[in-house]
Ligand binder design. Structure first.
Ligand SMILES: Cc1cc2nc3c(=O)[nH]c(=O)nc-3n(C[C@H](O)[C@H](O)[C@H](O)COP(=O)(O)OP(=O)(O)OC[C@H]3O[C@@H](n4cnc5c(N)ncnc54)[C@H](O)[C@@H]3O)c2cc1C
Length: 489
């Protein structure tokens, strides 16, 4: 990372060990009400100061503030209660002599990682994976090679032929193969083909992970079809055999809520009593950036998540459009009737609302605020690279396409958010936009807006069957600069 930053001339602009505590917006004196700058209050280990900025890009990450559940009677528990965030730091303590049983809370990849780490640390440690009954159940785990053709998963999902099975909002004629997507998603036969495709993927994932082979591994079988899984998919990248650890009882799986903690025991809602020397919470992350907003700034105006009992008038219109365009999304997977802590079903939760996944609509005309890294996507490095260029062009008022009028921008932003919510209903898609099967078309759309070549493979057949990789987007900044005829970015 450091070498990368030095190579690209970023390093000398970085202030390490500096935390931004709060953010204020100030109007530019004598300007119209819609012209403002930013003041960031920052802190190092021994000083406090302010940074004044004409433009601001928030890139604080989706996974930096741990979400810790409140566990009944937790003061009585004698051992540590930790978050996976500090797993590397706490490894020695968690595997020290005297530790025999560790509870891992959670049903996604990070919980399996923690359980695997403990069970393989040394003989004598049992990891008890507790997947709450009131949540979304286990997330899908897959081998890194998919389909009977054994293609690397990320390569499979970045082939145009395969992305046609997705449901891109960015279904513009110029993206290409529109006829194929119409055939697949808007006809009965096409939808049967799509269903068959995902059935093959599902049975391949189940067989690959051996989920159906043992009563204990069956407990890791997700209830939602892979079609409705976006970025919450995990890859089995373990050196050893995860199934073997589960079959041997070195990892046990419990589907239950924690009813009560005692000094060295965890009582589960199923009635089980599980011995415990420590608890690791693989319970995810706070969705909002960890910045204090100085009044009158609000999360709502900044496009950040917030809780309030209020309706967004555009939601019903967006939902109607989504269900009309993508009939498959009408048949949503059933919600867990016991679900209690789910933002998807919490009517007061309002997700990130960012135009193109980057700009709060209220700041569109000011062009002084954008977000980097608040959209999740299978093709992360390529997407971040192209998004960074789009943001730079946007902030410089150099996008070659005109921006739509404000009302249209607000509607499109809600449309993205609702599409993501219905596309991955039990993952983080309800909090921020995520795309997996549609990542390539999202990139196409940004490239088109930048006036750059988005079909980059050199031939219709190669476009269809060759996977897009990060290297396909190498040089886009130079292409952009050439297109700007010598103007520096
Ligand atoms: C357990 C785990 C496994 C993952 N595995 C993969 C994987 O296999 N493949 C993959 O592609 N992606 C993976 N990801 C996702 C990947 O890590 C993220 O997509 C990526 O790190 C996002 O980069 P980012 O710069 O947006 O955010 P981050 O990497 O979170 O960086 C945010 C930065 O902002 C800083 N920051 C936050 N708040 C403040 C503040 N107030 N003031 C100053 N600085 C602040 C943080 O210290 C941090 O340096 C994984 C994530 C997790 C948590």
């Amino acid at each position: 990372m450091t070498r990368y930053a030095k190579h690209f001339g970023v390093y000398e602009r970085v202030r390490c060990n500096t935390c931004v505590d709060s953010l204020a917006e100030v109007q530019v004196p004598g300007s119209s009400a819609s012209s403002s700058t930013w003041i960031l209050s920052v802190r190092t280990h021994d000083s406090r100061s302010q940074i004044h900025a004409a433009r601001l890009i928030i890139a604080t990450g989706l996974t930096n503030t741990p979400m810790l559940p409140s566990l009944p009677n937790s003061p009585a528990f004698a051992g540590p209660i930790l978050h996976t965030r500090t797993l590397a730091r706490d490894h020695a303590a968690l595997t020290a002599p005297g530790i025999a049983d560790v509870i891992v809370l959670g049903g996604s990849k990070s919980s399996i990682d923690a359980a695997y780490m403990l069970a393989t640390a040394r003989p004598g440690i049992t990891a008890h994976l507790v997947i709450r009954d009131s949540g979304n159940g286990p997330a899908w785990l897959a081998k890194s090679y998919a389909t009977p053709l054994k293609t690397p998963l990320e390569m499979l999902l970045m082939r145009r032929a395969v992305t046609c099975f997705g449901l891109p909002l960015w279904d513009d004629e110029s993206v290409g193969y529109t006829w194929m997507r119409k055939l697949l998603h808007r006809t009965v036969i096409g939808r049967a083909v799509v269903d068959a495709f995902f059935a093959v993927i599902k049975s391949d994932m189940i067989a690959g992970m051996g989920l159906a082979d043992h009563p204990e591994t069956k407990k890791l079988m997700p209830s939602v079809d892979p079609f409705f899984t976006a970025t919450s998919l995990g890859i089995d990248n373990y050196e050893g055999d995860l199934r073997e650890l589960i079959r041997e009882g070195r990892i046990t799986v419990h589907t239950a809520d924690i009813a009560r903690l005692e000094a060295d025991t965890v009582l589960l809602s199923s009635g089980e009593e599980v011995p415990a020397n420590a608890i690791i919470c693989a319970t995810g992350w706070q969705e909002r950036p960890n910045l204090t907003l100085e009044a009158p700034l609000t999360p709502k105006a900044l496009g950040m998540p917030y809780y309030a009992i209020e309706k967004d008038a555009l939601v019903a219109r967006a939902d109607a459009e989504i269900f009309a365009r993508f009939p498959k999304l009408r048949s949503q997977p059933p919600q867990n009737p016991h679900a209690s802590h789910n933002v998807t079903s919490n009517p007061s939760f309002h997700p990130f609302l960012l135009y193109k996944g980057m700009v709060p609509p209220a700041y569109l005309s000011q062009r002084n605020l954008a977000y980097a890294g608040f959209m999740a996507c299978i093709a992360g490095p390529a997407m971040w690279h192209v998004q960074a260029l789009w943001m730079t062009a946007f902030l410089d008022e150099a996008l070659p396409v005109p921006l739509p009028e404000q009302g249209e921008v607000e509607y499109e932003t809600v449309l993205y958010s609702r599409w993501s919510r219905w596309r991955g209903p039990q993952g983080p898609g309800a909090k921020h936009v995520e795309c997996v099967f549609e990542a390539l078309q999202y990139l196409d759309m940004l490239m088109r807006q930048l006036g750059l070549e988005w079909w980059r493979k050199g031939g219709v057949v190669r476009e269809l069957v060759e996977a897009y990789e990060s290297k396909d987007y190498a040089g886009v900044v130079e292409e952009w600069m050439r297109g700007r005829k010598g103007t520096s970015v």
